[in-house]
Design a protein around this ligand. Structure first.
Ligand SMILES: NC(=O)C1=CN([C@@H]2O[C@H](COP(=O)(O)OP(=O)(O)OC[C@H]3O[C@@H](n4cnc5c(N)ncnc54)[C@H](OP(=O)(O)O)[C@@H]3O)[C@@H](O)[C@H]2O)C=CC1
Ligand SMILES: O=C(O)C1=N[C@H](C(=O)O)C[C@H](O)C1
Length: 247
């Protein structure tokens, strides 16, 4: 049995993760921790893996605590910038046998759509991303959109593409979205939504739209359980669920 602790256990995602882990035949839910609880509950409970869905400001310290106690981390919390990823790599250097998975999105369709976008990127001169989420989300743009933008920009650069055409010289602040690695990202926050993304490509006489919709938070659970199972016996940092899928 894999002994799993959940951080952010009373949140929207944490609640789903606790249910999914409890229902998994090869896992035991040994700690449910939220704001105000002690991280030492994790080590006291003998957790093998901690799943983190908390807050962008908290996740790095949580990973550090887990690594220092020989516990693997599966992190879904957004906001893991390149700098924070580098900090995780560094802290894992002297922690052989400890692994960390950071996944911007655990939904299988979202992972596939990021790969599709990466494949399409070199064929189109124009690209913009629209991400749409529930209004309780604290960060914008979403971690998924930021990751998608990075993948697209890397593919465009490798293909020798320059900036996307855009004649705008006058604009209201924000009208053209945020620039993430030279890709425009537009963030919508709307009651009724869960998590959705469209990547729009444009070229000569055609457009291509790659859209993914998470309609319920259960959509993330197969990916979370896959990550928990996969991190056992691994060490070092893995960024993206695609690395654990046969993609
Ligand atoms: N990778 C993926 O596939 C997905 C990632 N996410 C990301 O997961 C994160 C959580 O999302 P969501 O569940 O909707 O958010 P919620 O606000 O519903 O849940 C977060 C929970 O964590 C608690 N919390 C905050 N800080 C700490 C801390 N230091 N230690 C323990 N608990 C803490 C919060 O308490 P309080 O409310 O009191 O602050 C809250 O109960 C976000 O960053 C979101 O972007 C979400 C969905 C999918
Ligand atoms: O806050 C959310 O809800 C989500 N956050 C992640 C993100 O920022 O990309 C993943 C998914 O979009 C849901």
């Amino acid at each position: 049995m894999i002994r799993v602790g959940v951080l952010g256990a009373r949140g929207r995602m944490g609640t789903e993760v606790c249910q999914a882990v409890s229902g998994a035949p090869d896992m035991e839910l040994v700690a449910q921790i939220d704001i105000g609880d002690e991280l030492t509950d994790l080590s006291d409970a003998g957790a093998d893996v901690v799943v983190d869905f908390t807050h962008p400001d908290a996740a790095l310290d949580n990973v550090r605590f887990a690594a220092e106690h020989g516990i693997h981390s599966v992190v879904g919390t957004s906001g893991f910038s390149a700098d924070k990823q580098a900090a995780v790599t560094q802290l894992l250097e002297d922690k052989p046998g400890v692994g960390v998975v950071i996944a911007p999105n655990f939904a299988i369709g979202a992972v596939l759509s990021m790969r599709f976008a990466e494949l399409a990127a070199k064929y189109y001169e124009s690209v913009e991303i629209i991400e749409l989420h529930h209004p309780r989300k604290v960060d914008a743009p979403s971690g998924t959109a930021a990751h998608t933008a990075r993948l697209i920009e890397a593919a465009r650069t490798a293909a020798g593409l320059g900036k996307a055409p855009d004649a705008t010289t006058q604009e209201l602040d924000g009208a053209r979205g945020a620039l993430v690695d030279d890709v425009r990202v537009h963030s919508v926050r709307l009651s009724g939504l869960v998590a959705h993304q469209e990547v729009l490509f444009g070229g000569e006489g055609e457009t291509l739209t790659i859209r993914h919709d998470s309609l319920h938070r259960t959509s993330f659970m197969p990916g979370v359980l896959l990550a928990v199972r996969s991190i056992m016996g691994r060490s070092g940092l893995i960024v993206g669920l695609d690395k654990l899928m046969d993609l």
